[in-house]
Design a protein around this ligand. Structure first.
Ligand code: NAD
Ligand code: ZN
Length: 248
């Protein structure tokens, strides 16, 4: 496959590389991407389901969709791409993973240092009183309670700790991701359309500093021309091969 050998050489040489992942890395785990051919947004209106102002007006709409999606997320398992990234960290080539995903699959695969730029679906927080509880507990009462109420204050503005449109990214996560990008000696982008800002500033910063950029994606991205290597195809097939060639 074109670029594979060169990508593996760069990964092997890296001592503090950073992987930057998007929805594409989880596609082979059965979690659909937002954009692209099988994109979720062809089915649901993202404006209604994941925009803060709509959510605040009518949380029941969000929870109705989310109630069904939760099963997919909970049952999803990491694919060989997630495992390869965890192995490359273990082998000392990657310092960590910065992800835009909220599906917890990098955690399930054993990645140690993980920055979740868009939050995660494991926790639900009350926007009114700040209380939080595990998603599994909220899920349990969704059958009889729509929208679910906060256990502490009784309000209806409890929301998963994922970043909605109209919300800013968690500052600590942005700071940590930018710090990794500033220090890295390789930026490995996997399965991201690189069209969502400010998240895409993370690989951009690394490239501007001169760190080699390796892009693994099944379609072209806006940063391809800055890349040292682009490997086109499925990450669940490509990453294990890179890992193998890099000596793991
Ligand atoms: P995106 O949907 O915009 O882009 C995904 C990219 O991956 C596309 O370019 C697509 O062609 C490519 N791709 C799809 N399958 C692939 C595969 N098997 N191998 C390699 N590439 C593949 O996703 P994004 O860039 O992450 O940004 C969209 C936003 O959607 C993010 O903010 C993220 O939080 C959110 N999101 C997360 C999940 C999840 O947690 N798994 C799922 C959908 C959307
Ligand atoms: Zn509350």
């Amino acid at each position: 496959m074109e670029g594979l050998g060169e990508a593996a050489r760069l990964v092997r040489a890296a001592r503090r590389g950073v992987a930057f992942t998007g929805a594409g890395v989880s596609a082979e785990s059965g979690i659909r991407t937002f954009r692209g051919e099988n994109g979720l947004w062809k089915q649901y209106d993202p404006v209604k389901t994941a925009t803060l102002s709509y959510f605040l007006k009518d949380p029941a709409v969000y929870w109705m969709v989310s109630r069904e999606r939760w099963h997919t997320y909970r049952e999803a398992q990491p694919n060989p791409g997630h495992y390869a990234l965890a192995a490359l960290e273990e082998l000392g080539h990657l310092a960590g993973v910065v992800t835009q995903n909220t599906d917890s699959l990098h955690l399930k695969a054993g990645s140690q240092r993980l920055v979740e730029l868009h939050g995660n679906g494991r926790t639900v927080r009350c926007l009114d009183c700040g209380a939080s509880e595990p998603r599994s507990e909220v899920q349990a009462r969704l059958e009889s309670e729509l929208p679910p109420h906060c256990r502490t204050c009784g309000g209806i503005h409890i929301k998963p700790a994922v970043v909605f449109f109209g919300e800013s990214l968690p500052p600590a996560a942005i700071t940590e991701a930018m710090g990794l990008a500033r220090e890295c000696d390789l930026m490995l982008v996997v399965g991201s359309s690189l069209g969502v800002f400010p998240a895409a500033e993370v690989p951009l910063l690394a490239a501007e500093r001169g760190a080699p950029l390796v892009i693994v994606n099944d379609e072209p991205t806006p940063l391809d021309e800055l890349a040292a290597v682009v490997v086109r195809g499925r990450s669940g097939e490509i990453l294990p091969q890179i890992q193998l060639l890099a000596g793991g």
